[in-house]
Structures are given as structure tokens and as C-alpha cells.
Design a protein around this ligand. Structure first.
Ligand code: GDP
Length: 477
């Protein structure tokens, strides 16, 4: 499964959850199973996926939430402008996102070479993984940043390896060292490193032969090269299409040499995303670059958050979370939920929610950061229209408050009574006419706004009795 497909599957799973009328344990489990399947098909190692599922369930603690309550009442999905209703789904999305980031971030940064001080970086990996190509890309990248790199070909196993390195190095105008006749890679590596240290190169890159974990003799040789050259960094190069084998292979390398970082190559092709996750887990080292093509400059710094966002097809997830918190600060969210759980969806709360929505900027844009939500919250092409409608509602409410808070309160009372009773005609027509006159809008507009309020109030009335998580524990939603 290629990356885009994985992202699509996960997005679909999250969207299915958002389409459910209720979010209970079954819905969450279905969603997580779907995500699990997608990750396994993308060659993420089974144990990683299982741990991730357990962690998410721990974070999204439905049991806690439902304690003493009917689970089915936990949350009702609303096709409304109410942001808080999205929190449970946001909670799951966030948990999935954070889990993937955690897998990819081993918590310790990789060694970075310093300019003017000689560093030795040794490249290891399976044959054909893209090691030799990546050595030059890595050297070229640093050369552009002002380093003085050099390349040493310690691959005496593969015929033509030295020629390949020489050709690449010449193209990039990077000094190189190797031999057609010497068969001892340890010797070449030591000679090359010594020579370039004397020449004041500050980034000496040693390319080694590709090997497979079954090849014990070659592994021993790699260990000897590492011992003799004492690299500051051992880089494990991994082909992104290696699949489920990634974990075992990466682990075998880590057991022989002190792998400190990973580079994932061929991310431009039919790349499977899972291998990267597995390689990080196996080596406990971060991915630092990805290869995105055969050319020298098709090489990118690896950044965990954008990678996971792309993997999930989420656009900019961290941007979304920042926006949400900007509008309704985390510590105020439980307060608002508390009010709502008491069943008090007043016109004032509706007004405040509209304010929040407008503060977020074009809603379609903000919610399009979430998989599957933009369409539901705001049908495409109607963003502007909805925005204008909200603004219109607010102007009307503003003119109502001009007459004092009392009116707004009284109105709420009337409307709530109307909702509770089976008689929809309690709202006095003359009052509606008065409001319309007061704000200079047609009567129809006022009716429309009141209908919107009734719709939202009805939805929120179902939230009565909702158990509110403790402050600062929004993720438990
Ligand atoms: P080595 O045996 O590990 O040294 O692998 P090579 O450097 O010889 O690369 C093997 C093949 O993969 C070559 O044809 C490279 O051009 C190709 N290759 C390496 N990196 C990438 C990449 O990021 N994208 C693509 N499309 N091909 C790559």
C-alpha cells in the first residue's frame, strides 16, 4: 500500500467514526481496527500497531467517560456549527497522530557534524538500498551548507562500486578515495579517513558494502570498519519498499554497529510508509533524511509532524490544534462543556460559539485540515455563504442585546419553553416583528436565526448529564 492509500484508509476510518450517530466503544473499536488494518497493509510491524491501538484506547478513555452513564449517550453527533461536538473525534485523531509521531520520534536527536571539526559518518544498509547514491546526496547537501565533505569507498565487495562513487563524487566536485586493487575494506576506510583528516575535510563519509542479515562474515567486516574508523555517526540506509522485513534488518544492523540515524530512500516510488516507522523502532534512532529520486538534490530533511500529517492525509494537523486552542483555550473548554452539560444552551452561548467560529477564519479552510470534516461541516462552495449567515445572525443578536441582557435571557426562556412544549407557537409574533425592526432585517431572517438556535438547542439538550472530564484532561474526551 503506498503512502497516499494509507492516508486515505485512515482518513476514511476517522470519517466513518464522525458519521456515526453515537461514539461508543464499538464505534471507536471499529475505527481503530480499520486503522490497524491499514497500517499492517502498509508494512508497519504488528507489535507497533498493537501497542499503538492499546495506547489510543488508554488515551481515549471511554470507560472513564461512561462510568455511571449510558455509554450510548456519551455524545451525539451534530451536523451543526458547534465546535465542541468535534472534540471527541478530534481526540481520537489527535491520539492517532501523536502515536505515530511518538513511534517516529525516538526522543534523542541524531549527531550533527560540526563545521571545521572532522566528523566521520559511516553508511550501512542492504545491497541496493540506495547507499552509494545517498552518500553523495548527503555529501552534496552538506557541501551546499558550507561543509568540506569527502567520500571514501570501502565497498570492496561489489564490482563497480568504486566507479559509481567516483562518478557521483566527480559530478558533485567532492574529493573521493578508493582502490581498484585493495580488497580489505578496513584498510581502505582507515587510509581514506586519515587522508581526508589531513586535508582538513570536516565531513568524511565512508560507504560500505551492502549486506544482508544472514551474511555473518559481511556483518563482522562491517563491525571491523566501524571499530577502525570510530565513526561519529553510523547511518542506516533503508529502501522504503522493503516492507515487513524492515524491522528485523534494521535491528540486525543495530546489533552489530552503533546505528545513530536512519535515511529512508525511494520515497518517490510506490513507497510503503510503514518501513520508516519500523526502522526507527528497531534502531531507536531518528529518520533524518528521505530520498525522493535518483538525482543528487532529490533529498529532503525528514520532519516527523509534516510526514505523519501527510501519511494521514490530514494536511496540517498541528496547525489545526493550534487554531482550536487559540479560539477556545484548553482551560476554558471544560467550562463551556460544563455549561452545556447542564442543558443550558442559551442564545448567549450560541453567540459565543459563533464568535469562536468567526475568529477561526474561513471555517472550511480550518476544518479541511481534518480528514473528512470540511464536507460535513461546511459543504464545498458554501463557506462564504455560511460565514455571511453567521455574521447576519450575530448582528441580529447584537441589536437584541442593545435592549439589555434581559431580552436575550427572556427570549431564551421563551424559546426553551417552546422547545419543551409541543406548541411551536409560543414565540410571540409581535416580539419577532420588534426584533426585526430593531435590527433592520426582514422578519424571515429573524425566524431563520431563531430556527437555527432551536435546532442547536435541541441537539445540545441531548447532552444534558454528560460527564465532564477533569480540567486539562480534554484528551480523555
Ligand atoms: P546501494 O547498493 O545501496 O549502494 O544502492 P545504489 O546507491 O546503487 O542505488 C540502487 C538504485 O536505487 C540505483 O538505481 C539508484 O539510482 C536508486 N535510488 C537510490 N535512491 C533513490 C531514491 O531516493 N529514489 C529513487 N527513485 N531511486 C533511488
Amino acid at each position: 500500500m503506498v503512502l497516499a492509500q494509507l492516508g486515505g484508509s485512515i482518513s476514511r476510518a476517522l470519517q466513518q467514526m464522525s458519521n456515526a450517530t453515537i461514539i461508543d466503544e464499538k464505534v471507536l473499536n471499529d475505527c481503530l481496527n480499520e486503522i490497524t488494518r491499514a497500517l499492517l497493509q502498509s508494512d508497519v510491524q504488528f507489535k507497533l500497531v498493537r501497542d499503538m491501538q492499546t495506547n489510543i484506547k488508554k488515551i481515549v478513555n471511554l470507560d472513564d467517560l461512561a462510568a455511571g452513564h449510558n455509554k450510548r449517550k456519551i455524545i451525539q453527533q451534530v451536523k451543526a456549527f458547534s465546535i465542541p461536538i468535534y472534540w471527541p473525534i478530534v481526540g481520537v485523531c489527535e491520539a492517532v497522530f501523536n502515536e505515530l509521531c511518538t513511534i517516529l520520534d525516538p526522543g534523542k536527536p541524531a549527531f550533527t557534524p560540526k563545521k571545521g571539526k572532522p566528523s566521520v559518518v559511516m553508511f550501512v544498509g542492504l545491497q541496493g538500498s540506495g547507499k552509494t547514491t545517498t552518500c553523495t546526496k548527503y555529501a552534496y547537501y552538506h557541501q551546499k551548507k558550507g561543509y568540506k565533505p569527502a567520500l571514501v569507498c570501502a565497498d570492496t565487495f561489489r564490482a563497480g562500486a568504486f566507479d559509481q562513487l567516483k562518478q557521483n563524487a566527480t559530478k558533485a566536485k567532492i574529493p573521493f578515495y578508493g582502490s581498484y586493487t585493495e580488497s580489505d575494506p578496513v584498510r581502505i576506510a582507515v587510509e581514506g579517513v586519515e587522508r581526508f583528516k589531513k586535508e582538513n575535510c570536516d565531513l568524511i563519509i565512508v560507504d560500505t558494502s551492502g549486506r544482508h542479515k544472514q551474511e555473518a562474515a559481511l556483518f563482522e567486516e562491517m563491525r571491523q570498519v566501524s571499530e577502525a574508523t570510530k565513526p561519529d555517526l553510523v547511518l542506516f540506509v533503508m529502501d522504503s519498499s522493503i516492507g515487513q522485513a524492515a524491522f528485523d534488518q534494521a535491528q540486525a544492523f543495530k546489533q552489530s554497529v552503533p546505528v545513530g540515524a536512519v535515511i529512508v530512500t525511494k520515497m518517490d516510488g510506490h513507497a510503503k510508509g510503514g518501513g520508516a516507522l519500523s526502522a526507527v523502532a528497531a534502531t531507536k534512532s531518528p529518520v533524518i533524511f528521505i530520498g525522493t529520486g535518483e538525482h543528487m538534490d532529490e533529498f529532503e530533511i525528514f520532519d516527523v509532524k509534516p510526514f505523519v500529517s501527510r501519511l494521514l492525509g490530514m494536511g496540517d494537523w498541528s496547525g489545526f490544534m493550534d487554531k482550536i486552542q487559540e479560539v477556545v483555550p484548553m482551560d476554558q473548554q471544560p467550562e463551556l462543556l460544563q455549561k452545556l452539560s447542564e442543558g443550558n444552551f442559551t442564545l448567549r452561548i450560541m453567540y459565543e460559539q459563533f464568535q469562536s467560529i468567526l475568529k477561526m477564519g474561513p471555517i472550511g479552510q480550518v476544518f479541511s485540515m481534518l480528514p473528512g470534516f470540511s464536507q460535513e461541516l461546511m459543504p464545498k462552495g458554501q463557506e462564504k455563504e455560511s460565514q455571511t449567515k453567521i455574521k447576519r445572525y450575530m448582528t441580529m443578536m447584537d441589536s437584541m442585546t442593545n435592549e439589555g441582557k434581559f431580552i436575550l435571557h427572556k427570549l431564551t426562556q421563551n424559546l426553551l419553553t417552546e422547545l419543551d412544549s409541543s406548541n411551536p407557537k409560543i414565540m410571540n409574533e409581535s416580539r419577532i416583528i420588534r426584533i426585526a425592526r430593531g435590527c433592520g432585517r426582514p422578519i424571515m431572517d429573524v425566524m431563520d436565526m431563531l430556527e437555527e438556535y432551536k435546532r442547536l438547542a435541541k441537539v445540545w439538550s441531548k447532552m444534558k448529564g454528560l460527564k465532564i472530564p477533569k480540567k486539562g484532561d480534554m484528551s480523555a474526551l
